[in-house]
Design a protein around this ligand. Sequence first.
Ligand code: DC
Length: 241
Amino acid sequence: MIITIDGPAGSGKSTAARKLAARLGIPYLDTGAMYRVVTLLALEAEVDLGDEPALQRLAESNAYRLDPGPTHIRVTVGDRDVTEEIRSMRVSEHTRFIAASPAVRTVLVRKQRELGVRLGSIVTEGRDQGSVAFPHADVKFFLTADVAHRAERRYHELIAEGEDVTQEEVLRNVQERDQTDTARSVAPLVRPDGAIEIDTSRLSIQQVLEEMLHSLHDAGLVNADQLNDDHSAANAGRIGD
Ligand code: DC
């Protein structure tokens, strides 16, 4: 079973994908983490972010590893755990250049499909999962939220991670990412054909999860037990990126 979740930065995709995957007991794939780790490698190797062949080599290399699980995804570079580091503002600000690279996108989409085949069932989230990577997914979701809500969520996440940022900086970063995600020529952020749209602006994570589970139930993919399995304590809390 392949479930895709796409949407702009801060729409709640990652939290929703994690919660849904945990509920279904299948791995979740954070494809943004793939673009982020290639960005980290490029910055550390001082690769020119416009050098397509060099970026392609980095994307194809075994220098990094993603281990998708039902409650977390672990990203490593050699022995180094970079799961947190790839979320820093420095990496966030540069990832859109890597995400605009056709060569990198081709390699990463191929890796995503290979993971889908290897794992069998996944909840995968990103910008192009339902449109490009898995157009034949069993169910596709498209999450939206107004920009102020999305920037506020991201700001609280970054502060919780110890980053020194202002709300204005985060709002600007989210707006810039919206602009580059939707305007780029390769795999722009779009609502995939057949996707179920959920506006998360005024929903708790529990409500988003319930909407998704009901859609999966309607599609015959989860049974009544899975629908009613109440993990409300685990699902409490702020919705994230
Ligand atoms: O979801 P995120 O903020 O971690 O994504 C990081 C960047 O990667 C962001 O600029 C969008 C881009 N991205 C993409 O272009 N395609 C994906 N499937 C996932 C992320």
